[in-house]
Design a protein. Structure first.
Length: 80
């Protein structure tokens, strides 16, 4: 895991205090870098939400070109 990853204890404390965590799509922060699969990313999001609470978790992808992550970007482009 990347050095910037946080422990579950810290994430729980942050969530309990009303703090927020943004999950990044920056390749060096993802499992398997730019080869990260949608399932793997969603698993990370779900586990973080379990620890912190869903209202305390955001996803940041505005600075990353989604073309770099075709599998992650495809569901974002599909209409609901």
């Amino acid at each position: 895991s990347a050095l910037r990853n946080k422990s579950n204890r810290l994430l729980k404390t942050l969530g309990d205090s009303g703090g927020m965590l943004g999950l990044s799509l920056y390749a060096h922060h993802l499992k398997d870098s730019s080869n990260c699969k949608l399932e793997s990313f969603c698993e990370m999001v779900a586990k973080t939400c379990e620890v912190m609470g869903v209202k305390n978790v955001g996803i940041e992808f505005d600075l990353i070109p989604l073309i770099t992550y075709p599998e992650l970007a495809a569901p974002l482009r599909e209409p609901p």
